[in-house]
Design a protein around this ligand. Sequence first.
Ligand SMILES: Cc1cc2nc3c(=O)[nH]c(=O)nc-3n(C[C@H](O)[C@H](O)[C@H](O)COP(=O)(O)OP(=O)(O)OC[C@H]3O[C@@H](n4cnc5c(N)ncnc54)[C@H](O)[C@@H]3O)c2cc1C
Length: 340
Amino acid sequence: MQAVKQTANEVWVFAEQLEGTLSNVTLELIGAARALAADLCGTVATVLIGNQVDELIPTLFEHGTDTVYYVNAPIFQWYRAETYSRAFCELIQKYEPEILLMGATTTGRDLAGAVATALKTGLTADCTGLELDAGQKLLLASRPALGGNIMATIVCEKHRPQMATVRPKVMPMPERISGRTGTVIYEQVELREQSLKTKVLEIVREHSADTKMEDANIIVSVGRGVQNEHTLVLAQTLAEVLGGVVGGSRGAVEKGLVDDQHQVGQTGQTVRPKLYIAVGISGAIQHTVGMNRAQTIIAINTDETCPMMKLATYGIVGDAALVLPALIHEWTAALKPSIA
Ligand SMILES: Cc1cc2nc3c(=O)[nH]c(=O)nc-3n(C[C@H](O)[C@H](O)[C@H](O)COP(=O)(O)OP(=O)(O)OC[C@H]3O[C@@H](n4cnc5c(N)ncnc54)[C@H](O)[C@@H]3O)c2cc1C
């Protein structure tokens, strides 16, 4: 049997940032890394790659990282798999972390795949749970498998680092400890623009006035049970009254009620709002895996036995076309500013 090389007991997190704005998933992963590091009797380190993003370092410490490996150069101004993976691989070969976590975002997914391929190690994508077998120093990475019908726990026994990506909002945000500090290790990676295959020619910004669904506190989510345009407008109105956004199941996407950017679930987004109102959604596991961490869930459904009703904090049995106007009426009255 191939022996696993002894590595430092460090759990690493990739600090994903864009133009000096840190993604929340980085901080969520630092929280998850702290729990793993405690079981490992190790420490948490964050890898920050960019151009003049020093101001992010205190935030990383205050959310629980012990060490920041900081690679700072103009060549890292914009994310490129080629440059970031080279930097990552050099650092990993030098410091040999035990575990490496990245957000399952567009950037994190791209980078994690490139790093795992270059280092010939294992990567579990889109995990929903992370634990440690402390005796064997094995990361137990759980994720839905076989179309969401089972939860699989995946281990990487023979190669290091053990890598996993986790979607935003799956892990809770750790508490911020104001004034907490740690060690910054400045690293240089030799890369020349002329020898790179990928060039950044233009940055095209996406214009969106909408609150991003993953950041929304209130989501009114529609399903195939929303029978017509009129009921959809009612759901949109309810979202507006509550200051929330509209999401949907895959059933709703297939029916053309919402676009696929607003699909919640295994192949859509993972959300963790304060309030999730599921309108005409049956509650298939592929959907609930993306929303079951909502603080309060209200299900509106004609079928009182459907899985969403069992998951919900409150269930309203009835036709959405009749229930929604009543909720809009009640909430509009309740939220109307009182006149003294
Ligand atoms: C690999 C894979 C990945 C998938 N990924 C996702 C994913 O990311 N997200 C996702 O959502 N699904 C996903 N699915 C699909 C998932 O299995 C379900 O098919 C889907 O979630 C069903 O959507 P729905 O609940 O809107 O529709 P249905 O299951 O058809 O449920 C409709 C519900 O509406 C109720 N209803 C009917 N009429 C009314 C009415 N007038 N008023 C109120 N209620 C009413 C019904 O009782 C029923 O409960 C995936 C499937 C696979 C195989």
